[in-house]
Design a protein. Structure first.
Length: 286
């Protein structure tokens, strides 16, 4: 996925002018150019900019921080353990018990976020291309059950910010939302999960009762522009004045619209936290 410089500035807290100055002086970051000659950035570039910003907060100069990030080894996605092939074999045979047993084996030795990121979410992403409808329903139910158990079993650490997590109306794919909850809880957040197909009225009631620090919405289902505007506008009105952060492929193609409506965009827990901190800092400025 490619993101424009304005979006990168929102996600990292680094001003557009600063990003351009870094590019001219240090050759960092290295965006590609779109057909219209706009700068476009990859997710790797976003993470690199964020790591530079963190190192600068720790006292390094910009040149030192950039040099250190450049020297870091490239982050690679761990290869899929062969044992997970047994998961697909069991699913093809509609052997729910066998598939669930493989998920149990795969969890051994992994903490919550590692299990989520290297086992459960990769399985969810592959299901559509691997399985027919019946097998996909069975397999996704098993993985989502594991994610719920993972989230429920994590110990709460402190009284961090509260995130209210939901999928909007008519969106039933909550795997990414559950993964977000796991990552937020691992970082000390208090997480309230409303789950799939949550109407604006339900979000409004939850916001009034809980007063969350942020509402996170996962748009997986693709929508036309009119439907997206209607759904997000209702959510923004229902949740006001709580900041609303949106993610997922169903929102990615409507970035300009969601920013216009006053929402923010994030694709990970790290990005959501950065957006929330930026909004909080803006509110605290005199």
């Amino acid at each position: 996925m490619s993101l424009r410089i304005r979006t990168i500035a929102r996600l990292t807290g680094i001003r557009e002018a600063t990003l351009r100055a870094w590019e001219r002086r240090y050759g960092f970051p290295r965006p590609e150019r779109s057909e219209n000659n706009y700068r476009v950035y990859s997710r790797d570039e976003v993470e690199a900019v964020r790591r530079v910003a963190k190192l600068m907060e720790e006292g390094l100069s910009v040149s030192e921080a950039i040099a250190q990030v450049r020297d870091e080894p490239a982050r690679s996605v761990p290869p899929e353990p062969p044992r997970l092939e047994r998961f697909w074999t069991a699913v093809m045979m509609l052997d729910a018990e066998g598939a669930d047993g493989v998920l149990s084996e795969a969890q051994v030795g992994l903490d919550a976020t590692a299990y989520c990121d290297t086992v459960l979410i990769p399985l969810l992403r592959e299901m559509t291309s691997r399985l027919d409808v019946a097998r996909e329903h069975m397999a996704s139910a098993l993985v989502r059950q594991r994610l719920r158990m993972l989230l429920a079993g994590m110990e709460r650490v402190g009284d961090g910010p509260r995130g209210l997590l939901a999928c909007p109306a008519k969106d039933h794919h909550e795997g990414g939302l559950l993964a977000l909850g796991v990552h937020l809880k691992a970082r000390g957040w208090r997480v309230t999960l409303l789950g799939a197909d949550t109407p604006a009225e339900a979000l409004q009631g939850a916001c009034r009762q809980l007063r969350p620090d942020v509402v996170a919405l996962s748009f997986i289902r693709r929508r036309d522009a009119e439907d997206f505007v209607t759904v997000l506008s209702e959510v923004m009105h229902a949740c006001a004045p709580v900041p609303v952060v949106v993610g997922g492929p169903g929102a990615r193609e409507h970035l300009k619209t969601l920013f216009t409506l006053g929402a923010q965009y994030a694709e990970s827990a790290e990005e959501l936290i950065a957006v929330w901190q930026q909004a909080r800092n803006a509110q605290n400025r005199p």
